[in-house]
Design a protein around this ligand. Sequence first.
Ligand SMILES: Cc1ncc(COP(=O)(O)O)c(C=O)c1O
Length: 378
Amino acid sequence: MSSFQELPRWPQLSDDDIEAAVAALRSNRLVGLSNSVVEEFESALAAGQGVGHAVAVSTGTAAVHLALHALDVGPGDEVIVPTHTFIGSASPVTYLGARPVFADVTPDTHCLDPDSVKSLITERTKAIVVVHINGCAADMEALAAVGAAAGVPVIEDMAQALGTQIGGRPVGGFGDLACVSLFEQKVITSGGEGGAVLTNNPAYAERVRRLRSHGEGPIEGRPGLIWAHEVGYNYRLTTVQAAVGLSQHARLGAMVEARRNNAARLSERLAGVEGLELPVEPENTVHAFWKYVVRAVPGDGRPPAAEIAATLRSRGVPVLLRYPFPLHQQPAFDGHQDVSLPVAERLSQELLALPSHPALTEGHLDHIADEVRRAFAA
Ligand SMILES: Cc1ncc(COP(=O)(O)O)c(C=O)c1O
C-alpha cells in the first residue's frame, strides 16, 4: 500500500442510509417540523444521549449559535471558548455581537482547562463553551463547578463527541445545553451537513425550536395562527437529512466501538515509540476517538510534527496537524493575538491526527502504525 487513494474514505453510507433518503424524497414531505422523520430523529438523539429534548438544526455551527442565542448572549457579553478547537465553536459568539474570550487547554486531554476558565471569568461572562475535543471527555465536574460558582451557564460543544461518556453517562446532559454536528466527517452524518441542540431545560428547547424557524410560533388565544415572536433564522434540517441521520444513528454504538477498537490497535502498535505520546482516556470516561491524536514530543534531534506529517503524507498516510493555529492567533479574531495561552500554543506545533475511522481494516491500521514508527525513527 503506498498511496492515500488506497485507504478507504470516510464517511461510508450504507444501503439503509440511501434507502432512507430515497423514502424521504418519495414522501414528498421535504421539510417537516412536526409528525415527521425530523421528530423521529430528534427523539432518537435525545434518548441516545439521555436528555429531555433534541432540536435538529442545519449544522453544528447553527447549533452553537442557537444555544448561545437561547442564553441571550448579545453585545457587551463575553463567552469563554477554548482556543484549541474548530472555529465553529467560537464564530457564533461574534454573530451575536459578543466577544469570545479564549482559554487554554490541559496538556493531556487537550480540553478546556478549568483553572484557565476560572482566571478569565468577569462580570461580563455570559456563557462557557466546553469542547469534548476529538471525542475525549472534558472535565465536566470541574468545569460545571466553575460555571456554577460564577452563575454562568455551560454549553457542551459535542460536535466531535457522539459516543463519548463520563461516569457511564453519554455527554450532552452535563451542561445547560449541548451542540451536536452531523457534518459528513463526524461520528455519524445526516448526509453531509446537520446538527442538533440538546437540553434538559424545556424553556431552552422551546426557544431553540422557535429560533430555528424564523422565530415563529403559535399565538396564545389565536388557534391555528403563528407569528414571529422574535427575529430568528432558517436553520431547519430537511426530512431527507433527518432520515439519513436516523438511519446512521441506529449504528452509532457499532461505529463508536469500531473507532475505539481501531484506536486500541494503533495504541498497541505505537507503544514505546521514542518521542511519541499516545492519546489518553481520562479515568471513568469513554473516549469516542473521533480523532486519534498523538503528540510529537520535541527534542533529541527528532523532526518536528510538521515535518513528520509531511513525510507521512508523502508515503500515502493522510495525517493532519491538529489545529496548527490556535483560534486566538487567527486573523478572524484580530485583537486577541496578544493573549498568551501557552499549552495550546505549544500543542499547535506538536499534535498529529492519524487516520482511525471505522472503514479502515486491521491491515490499514498496521500499515499506518508501521509508517508512523518509521517517520519517528527518522
Ligand atoms: C468542535 C466543533 N464545534 C463546532 C463544529 C461545527 O459543526 P458544523 O461543521 O456541523 O457546522 C465542529 C465541526 O465541524 C466542531 O468540530
